[in-house]
Design a protein around this ligand. Structure first.
Ligand code: ZZB
Length: 258
């Protein structure tokens, strides 16, 4: 699976993260890294999600930068030559996802340039980097999570101000308008993050609609079909040093030796 790794620089740590991380990263700039299949939607980032019980680490990329992601992702990146020396994982500090909530980060290329880290129930520890950039305009999972967090801020232990940014129109589709994810949540009567079956269906429709019939509403490639803009936005982000290619090995490779 070929993802784009999105580098979201930390602006302000939450108090708990600050305590855990301060003095441990050797003056490196720290980035939360999200793996995405949809770089063309980055204009519409409004948050970033982590799993509260997932174990993350801060890993040295070189002597100037460090990435926050799962150990598994850091290992993949090391073997892909993203960090130096190649193949070596250098974990500077370990941190549990719950401590990251409320951290403020930069959202590269987004119309809202700074966003907050929030909790999502359905983050999969073994997929991507374990960090998810939230695009509620075009991702039904992200949008429903945002709605749940707004409805039950106290339950999720968040400050409502962290979930205040509304979905931003990024792509028009003829069937679902300028905000395809919220439209699909209503059409499929999704009530919460727990409705995983309907959410899976909504996601599949959103991918197809966005890719085959979507037109960019914002950014340098405004007016262009998503099919053409997707790779161009990705290239621009990589040129700007805000993203990098990240590949995920598909499942386990079984050794042939007996
Ligand atoms: C931004 C984005 C914008 C995404 C969108 C999707 C959509 P998939 O679809 O299952 O193959 N993701 C990445 N890592 C994780 C994780 N560890 N746990 C849960 N979700 C994760 O997975 C790829 C997408 O799932 C990624 O692309 C990421 O969200 C999320 F408008 O990044 B995406 C219709 C989807 N739209």
């Amino acid at each position: 699976q070929e993802y784009t790794g999105i580098k979201m620089e930390v602006v302000n740590w939450s108090p708990a993260a600050k305590e855990a991380i301060e003095g441990k990263v050797g003056g490196r700039k720290v980035f939360l890294v999200a793996a995405t299949l949809r770089p063309e939607t980055m204009y519409g980032q409004t948050n970033c999600y982590v799993g509260t019980s997932i174990k993350y680490g801060v890993f040295a990329v070189n002597d100037k930068e460090a990435f926050l992601c799962t150990h598994r992702a850091a290992r993949n990146m090391a073997f892909q030559g993203t960090s130096t020396p190649r193949g070596i994982v250098n974990q500077l500090v370990e941190i549990s996802g719950d401590k990251l909530i409320g951290t403020k980060i930069k959202a590269p290329f987004a119309i809202n340039p700074e966003v907050y880290v929030l909790p999502m129930d359905n983050v999969i520890a073994t997929k991507g980097t374990g960090v998810v950039t939230s695009v509620p305009s075009d991702s039904p999972d992200d949008c429903q999570t945002l709605f749940d967090l707004r409805k039950k801020a106290a339950f999720y232990k968040i400050d409502p101000a962290w979930a205040a940014i509304d979905p931003v129109p990024v792509i028009n589709t003829p069937n679902y308008g300028d905000l395809c994810a919220p439209a699909l949540l209503s059409a499929l009567k999704v009530q919460s993050q727990k409705d995983t079956k309907q959410l899976l269906e909504a996601k599949e429709i959103a991918y197809k609609e966005g890719f085959y019939s979507g037109t960019m509403l914002v950014g340098e490639f405004k007016g262009m079909p998503v099919q053409d803009a997707k790779g161009k936005v990705r290239d621009r982000m990589i040129e700007a040093g805000l993203a990098f290619p990240y590949a995920e090995p598909e499942g386990l490779v079984i050794s042939r030796s007996a």
